[in-house]
Design a protein around this ligand. Sequence first.
Ligand SMILES: NC(=O)c1ccc[n+]([C@@H]2O[C@H](COP(=O)([O-])OP(=O)(O)OC[C@H]3O[C@@H](n4cnc5c(N)ncnc54)[C@H](OP(=O)(O)O)[C@@H]3O)[C@@H](O)[C@H]2O)c1
Length: 240
Amino acid sequence: MGHILVTGSSRGIGKAALDALAARGARVIGHASRPVGSDKGVPIIAADFGDPLSVQALWEEALEIAGGAIDVVVNNAGRFEANRLDRSDIEWLDAWEDTLRVNLTSAAQLSRFAVLHWQERGVPGRFVHVASRAAYRGDSPAHWHYAAAKSGMVGMHKTIARAYAKDGILSFAVTPGFTDTSMAGDYLASRGGPGLLADIPLGRVATPQEIAAIIAFCALDAPPSMTGAVIDANGASFVR
Ligand SMILES: NC(=O)c1ccc[n+]([C@@H]2O[C@H](COP(=O)([O-])OP(=O)(O)OC[C@H]3O[C@@H](n4cnc5c(N)ncnc54)[C@H](OP(=O)(O)O)[C@@H]3O)[C@@H](O)[C@H]2O)c1
């Protein structure tokens, strides 16, 4: 087993995934938007995805750390910031572009580098894309950009799965509902707090560890025939 690159692993779901993968003995490389050094011996590479050039720099640094072989890429980094329609045109457009860049374009850039890397070396590889329930259900009125980015990620995931299965390149996607991270905490508070839980038959939001267990399964265990799958984890709040 080579190395697993997990983006957005400084906190929340990515941090839980990093811990779960490391606990399984995987050699993990983490990532954050800002320099944070290492986490219990796991290197954490800094790259702000707001800068298009940062993704290539991240990939190259990760390859160097990995000795030239990365086997799994977990596209997890993401932002969730409100973009109200009554902002100025330029503010609204800037926020749209920022979220699409961080949540979708950076994952696409990284996926392209990884596919080329695996094809050039003639080796198999795996993706785990952390999308969202919003990809299918949509999101709040101030989050068109977030839902659009996550739907785009699911479309990209399915395309990769179909295009490269013949090369042994597999793609899995996870679509969490509310998960107990700072991202969800801010959102829950902004949307009326516990009242939102009424929409979740399970009666609670997911834990980062639950989503991490799915990520680790996809990265390490999922049988190849599952490629192209999208795995929901939303407490039955959106059953499809
Ligand atoms: N929490 C939920 O309810 C929920 C539900 C569905 C899907 N998701 C998805 O799950 C993923 C992880 O979410 P989370 O709740 O764990 O979020 P989180 O706790 O807010 O962590 C976000 C991670 O993404 C990184 N990130 C944010 N902006 C970035 C940027 N500009 N450049 C590079 N990295 C950046 C952060 O790095 P820094 O620490 O350096 O900022 C952090 O590691 C996201 O893709 C999110 O959309 C979350």
